[in-house]
Design a protein around this ligand. Structure first.
Ligand code: ADP
Ligand code: TRP
Length: 322
């Protein structure tokens, strides 16, 4: 049973990325031959077009993931482009991909709906993602809810290939461990880099407190009782609080007579505490980046071994290799 997931190095990881995706897959680590996690830099090329920024983002992604608890003794961490077999498999899958299937995929569809021009990379992005998944015989792919569609594409393409050329690929399953974890941003909308409403996991602490104090709240009178479940600030707080702390805070909401400043201060304290060990770990890794490079190199070597085996199987199956 192999778990695999990837995350794009498009900027520093925020609370939405952590609670929606990263935390889930870090919790699934255990045996490095069974947990593969990678930095999806080939996918990020569809949006990051500055080479210096790309290099910095890859470095930050590795440090963030290791800081957040990805353990090289328990998982294989690597950079997507260090496994060139993925790009080779992408082509084989592309030859079996119906245009209509790609046209229905949301990244391209949404861009087009907004009247923006998309390139072929964004259009065919789910095929590269399918290759990422299929090349490691992945069984489980833990992701945020918005990525489930792409896992369906991987299953479809694997099914078509197997049907045409004989059993070759394992059919993967998507896994959304906690679909309720849609983390709201500072404006109450879904937290996302594209909305500019993020709080990063390793934000400078002063700046983090300031951002938290500016989180949008409603303007109802302090005395009014409020429903915690519909409040973005409460949802954010819940991610960091113990069940008892969460219940206590919910009771304060229901009773009314409190100011949001109090909740924001509690949130800032809990968040600071929550990421304190991770912050320290990240600093230690950053101070020893040669060690991080070694982790990534060893990860890539392990991933390539599996990728080469599956690519060969696929090439033999479709008759381009004997
Ligand atoms: P962004 O929207 O900031 O660009 P990405 O699309 O790169 O983030 O998301 C990376 C992963 O984090 C995905 O698996 C996605 O589902 C998850 N994710 C992103 N934002 C949130 C959020 N606000 N709540 C829950 N999960 C999220
Ligand atoms: N497309 C994913 C995202 O934007 C990242 C990704 C690329 C991925 N390849 C993958 C996730 C393979 C899981 C499996 O979040």
């Amino acid at each position: 049973m192999r778990v695999l997931s990837g995350i794009q190095p498009t900027g520093r990881f925020h609370w939405g990325n952590y609670f929606g995706a990263i935390q889930q897959y870090i919790n699934l680590q255990g045996d490095p031959s069974k947990a593969f996690y990678f930095i999806a830099n080939l996918h990020a090329l569809t949006t990051v077009r500055d080479p210096e920024r790309m290099r910095q983002n890859i470095r930050d992604a590795a440090l963030d993931l290791l800081g957040l608890g990805l353990d090289p003794e328990k998982a294989t961490l690597f950079v997507q482009s260090d496994v060139p077999e993925v790009s080779q498999l992408t082509w084989l899958l592309t030859t079996l991909t119906p245009m209509g299937l790609m046209e229905r995929c949301h990244a391209y569809k949404e861009k087009k709906a907004r009247g923006l021009t998309a390139d072929l990379g964004l259009f065919s992005y789910p095929v590269l993602m399918a290759a990422d998944i299929l090349i490691y015989d992945s069984d489980i792919v833990p992701v945020g809810e918005d990525q489930l569609q792409h896992i369906e594409v991987a299953r479809d393409l694997a099914g078509s290939f197997n049907h045409l050329y004989g059993e070759c690929f394992v059919l993967p399953k998507g896994k959304v461990l906690d679909s309720s974890a849609k983390v709201p941003g500072t404006d109450g909308e879904k937290m996302s880099k594209s909305y500019g409403n993020t709080i990063d996991c390793f934000e400078d602490l002063k700046g983090q407190r300031k951002k938290i104090m500016r989180i949008a709240t409603d303007s109802r009178p302090m005395e009014d009782p409020k429903d915690p479940e519909t409040d973005g600030l409460f949802q954010l707080y819940s991610n960091f609080a113990t069940p008892e702390q969460k219940e206590e805070m919910a009771a304060i909401y229901r009773k009314g007579g409190f100011g949001y400043g109090l909740v924001k201060k509690e949130l800032a304290d809990r968040a600071e505490e929550f990421f304190a060990d991770a912050r320290k770990r990240r600093e230690d890794f950053a101070a020893n980046y040669d060690y991080v490079k070694q982790i990534l190199a060893e990860g890539a070597a392990r991933a390539r071994q599996k990728a080469a085996e599956v690519l060969l199987r696929a090439e033999i199956a479709c008759g381009i290799r004997n």
